[in-house]
Design a protein around this ligand. Sequence first.
Ligand SMILES: NC(=O)c1ccc[n+]([C@@H]2O[C@H](COP(=O)([O-])OP(=O)(O)OC[C@H]3O[C@@H](n4cnc5c(N)ncnc54)[C@H](OP(=O)(O)O)[C@@H]3O)[C@@H](O)[C@H]2O)c1
Length: 321
Amino acid sequence: MAYNVAIVGATGNVGREMLTILEELEFPVAGMHAVASRKSKGVEVAWKDKTIKCEVIDSFDWSKVDIVLMSAGGDVSREWSEKIGKAGPIVIDNSSAFRKDPDVPLIVPEVNPDAIKDARKKNIIANPNCSTAQLVVALKPLHEAAKIRRAVVSTYQSVSGAGKEGMDELWNQTKAIYGLGDASPKKFPKQIAFNVIPFIGSFRDDGYTDEEAKMWDETHKMLDPAIKLTVTCVRVPVFVGHSEAVTLEFEKPISPDEARAILRDAPGVLVIDGQSEEGRGLERRPDRPAAGRDGHDQAQKRLPVDRGLMIPLPPGEGRTA
Ligand SMILES: NC(=O)c1ccc[n+]([C@@H]2O[C@H](COP(=O)([O-])OP(=O)(O)OC[C@H]3O[C@@H](n4cnc5c(N)ncnc54)[C@H](OP(=O)(O)O)[C@@H]3O)[C@@H](O)[C@H]2O)c1
């Protein structure tokens, strides 16, 4: 069976990557439709060895597709995803709009595929924030083996997480700083070129940011609400690919070698031992830094604590953000 598919946000970073991945996966597509805002009407995007013209969200006929991949931001999803779901196709929503909705399953296929049983309640499936997705893929097999009691996560998130405008800002500021031009921030709250911004999103009353709250809400919904989570999300001047440092405390003893063996067998995980030559380098192809291969690189080393492991999750070309 082949499916008619629409990608909403097809001119964006994520939408274009979706088109590439569907082609690489040889996903059975009968017809592909690129959808974006009015300003992109007729804009051509690459699909396989040809181009397709963008259609406009307001006038698109949803009854002609089976699957809609929504990747145009939370506001667009809030306005459109439920309407589209009611019109027939299943919506896979990449924004934060429905992740906490009890009637919408939040799914990472390697982690909780069975949650798909609830997909027909609203005809919407949500996927988590990019940094949560790569985290839970690594945590799930370890949680099953030794039950995670606590996770302390620090992220190093690339500017791609803020869309095309975020990537443009890093590029333009970098050029401006070398050329003595204007490097004032527009998309980010502070200068990002040659800098690290120690928060992402807005601060809540409890002192955490909404980006940090997404990680614990989503991890709890998909994996286990009993896991105690401490999260710090930081923006770094890297174009594509989020990294994370994760310290775990378990209920049951687990050795680094056991953890390595478990992760090696886990779906979506690629173990690169941090103590090996390969693990130390983690160099990326200059033409496509940190993007372009599925599976998350994991390097691990032991912390000097009982029942504890520290796992750096490098960007891993994991298609994160
Ligand atoms: N889950 C994750 O891991 C993850 C990671 C990154 C991003 N995201 C989500 O994906 C979204 C897109 O990210 P991105 O990096 O691709 O952003 P982007 O590069 O800025 O692209 C935004 C896309 O949304 C479209 N769009 C904007 N307003 C629209 C409207 N009113 N109607 C229809 N289309 C509209 C844009 O079309 P035009 O070109 O016509 O404006 C463009 O195609 C983010 O906002 C976020 O919600 C999720």
